[in-house]
Design a protein around this ligand. Structure first.
Ligand SMILES: O=C(O)C(=O)C[C@H](O)[C@H](O)COP(=O)(O)O
Length: 223
């Protein structure tokens, strides 16, 4: 069974490092949010499938900003896998692990990372041939220390992690400094309140702040 998440995409996430998640009530707001993120230097996003406008929003972003990496979150069913692939999504994630959703993603050739939180989840992901997983909810589960404890017994598999849930500018470096973490995701850059207020300049500022954190971290790793 091949890895459901291709290496070239993991490499793209390793260079982007931060993926801005958000939900959208309006298609136009989805594109405006993507533009605001891009203007602030964040070129990877994840739209959650939690609103009726999500699928059209994903399609609109993929058409308007082909240079951005457009991911989708909260994929809970095989049907949703096919819908988001059709809308132009580049990858998908879910809060949990469903073998049916993983199989649908393989059939649709949608790069997909299921959510894991426990050693049993991770064992199942490995049995299903996966080596790239979302850790959710990362911060509530115990953050960086939890991730280290979870990952230790599975180190020989070379698992790469994509933590989500409670990540923000204050703790993003904790996660990104772990070699097993490819990238992190979260809604702190484009929170629902700022999208509702159409505060695009505010979202751009938060994107700039996140990008600056990533760049500082890259410099300190080289030093
Ligand atoms: O449902 C999915 O597949 C998701 O990706 C959901 C997001 O991971 C979290 O909603 C992010 O959590 P916060 O950054 O704490 O708001």
């Amino acid at each position: 069974m091949h890895n459901a998440f291709p290496n070239h995409l993991i490499e793209r996430l390793e260079s982007t490092r931060v993926v801005a998640g958000f939900s959208t009530e309006e298609v136009d707001d989805a594109v405006a949010t993507a533009n605001a993120l891009y203007d602030g230097g964040i070129d990877a996003l994840e739209v959650t499938l939690r609103t009726p406008a999500a699928i059209d929003g994903i399609r609109a972003i993929a058409e308007a900003r082909p240079e951005m990496l457009v991911g989708v979150g909260t994929i809970l069913t095989p049907d949703q896998v096919h819908q988001v692939k059709d809308a132009g999504a580049a990858f998908g994630v879910a809060p949990g692990l469903s073998p049916q959703v993983i199989q649908a993603a393989r059939d649709a050739e949608l790069p997909f990372a299921p959510g894991v939180m426990t050693p049993s989840d991770l064992t199942q992901a490995i049995e299903l041939g996966l080596r790239f997983v979302k850790l959710f909810p990362a911060e509530a589960a115990g953050g960086k220390d939890y991730l280290n404890s979870l990952a230790a017994p599975f180190a020989s598999y070379g698992i790469r992690y994509f933590p989500f849930g409670g990540v923000k500018n204050e703790n993003v470096a904790d996660y990104l400094s772990l070699p097993a973490v490819a990238a992190v995701g979260g809604t702190w850059i484009a929170p629902a309140s700022m999208i509702a207020a159409r505060d695009w300049a505010g979202i751009t500022r938060r994107a700039e702040e996140a990008r600056a954190t990533v760049e500082r971290l890259a410099l300190s790793e080289v030093a």
